[in-house]
Design a protein around this ligand. Structure first.
Ligand code: UD1
Length: 417
């Protein structure tokens, strides 16, 4: 397995084109299973998680190709309804395929997606919602089997937490059905809006995505469709952190400004100049970042939990003390020990991290503990004196397309070998 070798303290500058959003592409690929025809999906990032989704689609009978960020899925001959344990474990968001197989077949068998670097990732909200939709759900020795048992004209589901994945699974399971489904306390993330836009373009009727009340009128079929995946707001925040820690001047093109509102206002508090002109963001950081009193992750439109590690890497170099409160996941701070190896002064108390900014970090050998934690280690390495070796980069490759090449194009000294 290759590593990343980073020589820090280079000032980054230049322009990058933002990749498509992994968390949008994956549920849309699940939705392609429901389409009775061909899906052409542009702006798909080339990531290991995307490749894993294509393997699942292929195992279910789809004909898939992936060329220059465009995925084509022909799902006319879907026959399968079982996803093997190996495929389920390859990508944790594989649970999204459950709703899609149900819409297509009325029954499905998958395994629990298993543990996760961010702590246990239960799917109780997903399964309870499927029961409310009229599916009988059985769990047996790690396998979950769902079968349509009742067809209801109208279903109202109130989520006890606005889970992104559960909202997506409800939309997927009910977009082709005989039911009208209303979801209260739905997740409002842009990736939900993108999934609904895809389904509607294919002939579905999903209304209210982006609000906490989503209404789905089941249709009889989805037809061939072409769609562009939205840009990745978390990857955008990664380049913003890279600018902050290197005193850089980075333009990120292809953004959707409203997706970045909370992120931009937080980075302005760090003292960087953040300007947006149409779909291009420029972040100029010419002095040491300032600490921020308290930042809390929260559901959209709040500060995203996935952007937390990238912000914390920047706060590790800030003047003063900052506090980050993680409100979504139990176990999000595993990467902090790796940042400490570079000299960062961060103390974790449960879901709270206290970051005492240091004027210098030093290069070290660090490992990626998870996707965003791995990216945070890269950001810290860019700002550290000397060389860092970053191992276990398969985590980063789940979510970043060619991170070393893109950072090199901004003047970073980083190689993968
Ligand atoms: C998605 C994103 C992930 C992001 C998260 C929050 C994908 C592939 N992943 O994850 O990157 O960090 O949204 O924006 O899109 N929960 C339960 N029971 C459930 C479902 C969730 O207790 O059935 C809990 C989780 O443990 C977690 C919280 O709810 O504490 C948030 O989970 P959820 O919004 O479902 O996140 P994901 O869809 O897993």
């Amino acid at each position: 397995m290759p590593n990343l070798y980073v020589s820090g303290m280079e000032r980054l500058s230049g322009k990058v084109k933002l990749q498509g959003a992994k968390n949008s592409a994956l549920p849309i690929l699940a939705a392609s299973l429901i389409v009775r025809g061909t899906t052409i999906l542009h702006n798909c990032p080339d990531l290991t998680d995307l490749r894993a989704a294509l393997k699942i689609l292929t195992s279910l009978g789809c004909d898939c190709s992936f060329c220059e960020n465009t995925v084509t899925v022909d799902s006319r001959n879907v026959t399968g309804e079982i996803i093997s344990e190996d495929l389920m474990r390859e990508m944790r968001s594989s649970i999204m395929f459950l709703g899609a197989i149900l819409a297509r077949n009325g029954s499905a068998t998958v395994t629990a997606p298993g543990g996760c670097e961010l702590g246990p990732r239960p799917i109780d909200i997903h399964l309870k919602a499927l029961e409310e939709l009229g599916y009988a759900v059985e769990e047996n020795e790690g396998y979950i089997t769902c079968k349509k048992s009742v067809t209801k004209d109208k279903v109202e589901i109130s989520l006890n937490f606005p889970s992104v994945g559960a909202t997506e699974n409800i939309i997927l399971a009910s977009c082709v059905s005989k039911s009208r489904v209303i979801v209260h306390n739905a997740a409002k993330e842009p990736e939900i809006t993108d999934l609904a836009a895809f389904i509607n373009r294919a002939g579905g009727k999903v209304y209210g995505a982006g609000t906490d009340r989503i209404e789905i009128f089941g249709v009889s079929r989805l037809s061939s469709v072409e769609h562009n995946v939205i840009p990745d707001r978390i990857v955008a925040s990664t380049f913003m952190s890279a600018s902050v820690v290197t005193g850089g001047d980075i333009c990120v093109s292809g953004i959707i400004p409203e997706h970045l509102t909370a992120i931009c206002s937080t980075y302005r508090e760090l003292g960087s100049s953040v300007t947006i002109d149409n779909n291009e963001l420029r972040i100029v950081s010419d002095s040491r970042p300032l600490g921020i009193d308290t930042v809390r992750s929260s559901v959209y439109p709040g500060f995203p939990t996935d952007a937390g590690p990238l912000l914390i890497s920047a706060l590790a170099k800030a003047e003063g003390t900052s506090v980050f409160v993680e409100t979504i996941f139990d176990n999000r701070f595993n990467y902090v020990d790796e940042l400490k190896r570079m000299g960062a002064d961060i103390k974790v108390y449960g879901r709270l991290a206290v970051i005492n900014g240091k004027s210098r970090l030093s290069g070290a050998k660090v490992k990626c503990t998870d996707l965003r934690g791995g990216a945070a280690a890269v950001i810290a390495a860019l700002s550290a004196e000397g060389e860092s070796v970053i191992t276990d980069i398969h985590h980063i490759e789940r979510g970043y397309e060619n991170i070393s090449g893109v950072l090199r194009s901004l003047n970073a000294k980083i190689i993968k070998e």
